[in-house]
Design a protein around this ligand. Sequence first.
Ligand code: 13P
Length: 287
Amino acid sequence: MLVSATEMLKKAKEGHYAVGQFNINNLEWTKAILQTAQELNSPVILGVSEGAGKYMTGFGTVAAMVRAMDKELGITVPVALHLDHGTYDGCYKCIKAGFTSIMFDGSHYAIEENIEKTKELVAVAHGLDMSIEAEVGSIGGEEDGVVGMGECADPQECKMIADLGVDMLAAGIGNIHGKYPENWAGLSFETLDAIQQKTGEMPLVLHGGTGIPEDMIKKAISLGVAKINVNTECQLSFQEATRKYIEAGKDLEGKGFDPRKLLAPGAAAIKETVKVKMELFGSVGKA
Ligand code: 13P
């Protein structure tokens, strides 16, 4: 059931668990994530980066595919279709395409401009019953061409953006997209705590969910994180399972070259990763 992310995140924040955002790349990814959410009776957010949207031939294609698949599979759990790290133009494209949620990432602008653009987009999104995420500070590393230095957010700036009425707030707390380096300093819980104190009920978003140790995830949830984004980990699971299939020569046996067979182990691996994350985030049974 396609919905905005507002209610599911409010419930998550109140219930002290987090809803997973899993990024999609194609039909297999979408199907694997939707099926897992349904099997586990968990709310879910499908994340679409601008790069992935382009890859799938445009946001219109993505929205049409997700809507149709949600219906054909009989999905009853709440599903939000969300733009990940959207530009100003990208947000308007997704609004037009029929997404149910957007992220405007204005973190690279001066705070005044971030506020001005976020404020405008909040009014447009809410007028259409869509939810909106904003960002302060930056997430380190690179995701689909979006590069961040990883500086921690200023809690006062977080409050200024939260006060605009966004539905969820991504704040840099030392988190990084992609794999974490050996010398990673860990999440700054001091920053997270200060942000939560300033923003109160606001569901906070933890990007860069791949590779964060379980104890840090649990602590982040206890300090107000209600949405956790995972992308790279599903890609790595898919890669590993597909490599095994080919290295075992399975694609050379019988009709093993059939794409439905070739992609099956990777899809099963994505399902397993999503399941493990939903269990860790505590969203199982919360639909
Ligand atoms: P990872 O690729 O590190 O899991 O990060 C995902 C993310 O934050 C998407 O916005």
